[in-house]
Design a protein around this ligand. Structure first.
Ligand SMILES: [Zn+2]
Length: 91
């Protein structure tokens, strides 16, 4: 009986990203791996006709902390508005 060892392929390559993905970033669309994230109330962002183009994942409530800063700057939010729209959370 002729058999081919599949051992080399059975386990695949080591996964460089072993941390579990906890959410998708609404701003950049990339994965969030836990730690501190911003929970953002997207509907409260000022109405803007290009809002859809700027938000990569409108179905997510979460953003990387640095992405939220960029988002808030893009929408020209005041400090009070930022505090109202987003809260920091640890996932
Ligand atoms: Zn992001």
């Amino acid at each position: 009986m002729f058999t081919v060892s599949m051992d080399r392929f059975a386990y695949g390559l080591p996964d460089p990203q072993e941390a579990p993905v906890v959410a998708e970033c609404a701003w950049c669309g990339r994965e969030i791996y836990g730690g501190y994230v911003m929970d953002v109330y997207l509907n409260a962002l000022p109405k803007s006709k290009d809002k859809r183009k700027r938000i990569a994942a409108p179905n997510s409530d979460y953003m990387h902390v640095e992405c939220w800063e960029e988002c808030a700057d893009t929408f020209g939010l005041s400090k009070a508005e930022r505090d109202l729209i987003a809260t920091i959370e640890e996932l």
